[in-house]
Design a protein around this ligand. Sequence first.
Ligand SMILES: [Zn+2]
Length: 230
Amino acid sequence: MQTFLGKKILILTAHPDDESYAAAGSIFKNYQSGGQNFLICSSRGERGRSHLKKPVTDAQLKKIRRKELLKAGKLFHLSRIWLLNFPDGKIKNFTNAIYRKSLPIVKKIKPKAILSFGSDGITGHLDHIAMGKVAKKLARKFQLPLYAFVLPPTISRRALIYFKARRKFGKYANKSKFPKPNLKISINPRVKKRIICCHLSQIDNGRPYSGFPAFAIKELLNAEYFIVSK
Ligand SMILES: [Zn+2]
């Protein structure tokens, strides 16, 4: 299966941290392989306060998450981030606007591949599913291969149980099907852990994937999986 490694890629996400949880290792590996990474993130993640101990305002959380994304972006060498400001939790109402904002960006940077969510949104989050649709439309328009993030097949069946335990805010699809990947990229677990840990406001107990069983954390930190479609 053809990979995006060593190419110019555009990643489309909904929240500042999606890129790190879903594909930090592969994005870093792309840079190492001579590729270039660009990111469009549609919201500033102001609803993502379930992991915070102290109350913050939306405006404060937007600032915090922007800083965290910039820090992570340095680690995996993002050439440029377009951090849009559509309302977290309501992305599905803005897919046309996000698509229109993304068009000139794609024309300008001319990526060779697009990375984003698939129909399951990985966690079932409706914002993720909505961004996956924007990515699909862009990939079709520019005839680019689309690499959709998916869970490691060994954990996908039980994943809903883990995710439900972590959910406090946000809207999710009632039933999530976890499709089978057709591409696996082995990654450096230490690199992925370090990048995820940039998003301190989104981490419980200072550890990524807190609440997940040890075998699942190992799987998530050692390889990333995609469904490639052309
Ligand atoms: Zn997210």
